[in-house]
Design a protein around this ligand. Structure first.
Ligand code: NAP
Length: 335
């Protein structure tokens, strides 16, 4: 029996007029969506810092307006003109400019090019895949690179900045699965118990940045994941051990950072960037690991996972941009 298609449905769409960006709830038709072979009924859309910037036009992320933001989604195939996908199949979409050059997850339905659609890997339920999403994939990319560079758990803990955010939460869940201790750095020490419960082996008060800074700090960490940039990134670089490395993931505290060459030429530190948009072989490999040996203890993560409705998203995004929310947030669509 052919699946009934909705005449129209709810989306949060972002517009630009007279240089000002505005996002609003609207009802649209399927033909209003950017083109694609696979029509997906969205169950969950992860809310990323980047999405919050898009919704409020705080950075030039969206390339063409109007656009439905939301860089990741999990849902069920409703229709597909590409034989690789069948109705009823659970799928995951992230990267490939989703929510940027293509309409994204903040909508009850999404139309997606078949080449952007990932069948859910065995070992993950749709809800688990949505909880993990882009933040977990980002951490998996960093972890894979640490291992390629020869970092071992015996060399010391991995430092993690912006620890109470979504990438932080996933790092706390994933890194211990590969044997690493995690030194979680946060501006919100009231989150310390929650960070330990989520997997941190130690918690560092970001107030350490207010103390007098030295050209090189005591070497403490075998690797670092930086979500913040600025003085935080600089402190992490100066606190790395000889032969260690840092993954620059985010800029929640700014794009610039002060620094010197000393960590590189005195301690052979390597720094690399992460963009969570990998070629297909790496996507499949990392999602398979996130569904098996790197899969976090989902029960430990759940106290830090929040579900909101689409009409709560704009208010939530404002809070997230102010650094006032913690953990992982999913927009959940009633099915
Ligand atoms: N490269 C990639 O592919 C990729 C993928 C995903 C995310 N990202 C980026 O990584 C960063 C973290 O993402 P997320 O999803 O974890 O974001 P998030 O949930 O909003 O968390 C960001 C965390 O950074 C800290 N923070 C926020 N504002 C800050 C400020 N002004 N100064 C210092 N610290 C601040 C806070 O942690 P504390 O309160 O604990 O200090 C906050 O919880 C963002 O910049 C995001 O755009 C990049």
């Amino acid at each position: 029996m052919p699946t009934a298609l909705p005449e129209n449905f709810q989306v949060l769409r972002t517009h630009q007029a007279d240089g000002a960006v505005q996002s609003r709830l609207e009802r649209v038709r399927i033909d209003d969506l950017s083109p694609g072979e696979v029509l997906v009924r969205v169950r969950y859309a992860g809310v990323n810092y980047k999405d919050c910037l898009s919704l409020y036009g705080q950075a030039r992320i969206i390339t063409e307006f109007p656009r439905i933001a939301g860089i990741e989604l999990v849902g069920q195939v409703l229709q597909s003109s590409d034989p690789s996908f069948t109705p009823g199949q659970d799928v995951l979409v992230h990267g490939f400019q989703t929510g940027i050059a293509f309409d994204g997850g903040f909508a009850e339905y999404a139309r997606v090019p078949a080449g952007h659609v990932h069948a859910l890997p065995p070992g993950l339920s749709p809800h688990e895949a949505a909880v993990l999403g882009v933040p977990a994939f980002t951490v998996a990319m960093a972890l894979e690179r640490f291992l390629e560079l020869g970092v071992t758990p015996q060399a010391g803990p991995v430092a993690l900045s912006g620890a109470s955010g979504a990438v932080g939460l996933m790092a706390l869940g994933i890194l211990p699965r590969a044997g690493f201790g995690v030194a979680a750095m946060t501006r919100r020490m009231e989150q310390a118990d929650a960070l330990r419960a989520a997997g941190a082996t130690e918690v560092i008060d970001a107030a350490v940045l207010q103390q007098p800074q030295r050209p090189l700090e005591k070497p403490r960490f075998a690797a670092a994941i930086d979500n913040v940039g600025g003085a935080t990134l600089s402190w992490l670089l100066r606190s790395l051990k000889d032969g260690s490395c840092l993954a620059s993931v985010g800029n929640a505290g700014g794009n610039e950072f002060p620094g010197s060459v000393l960590p590189f030429i005195m301690r052979r530190v390597q720094m690399f960037g992460i963009v969570a948009n990998a070629p297909w072989d790496q996507r499949r490999r990392l999602w398979a690991r996130l569904a098996s040996d790197w899969k976090p203890d989902m029960e430990c993560l759940m106290p830090q996972v929040r579900h909101i409705a689409l009409d709560e998203l704009l208010g939530h995004a404002q809070q997230q941009l102010q650094g006032a929310v913690s953990g992982r947030t999913l927009v959940e669509f009633p099915q």
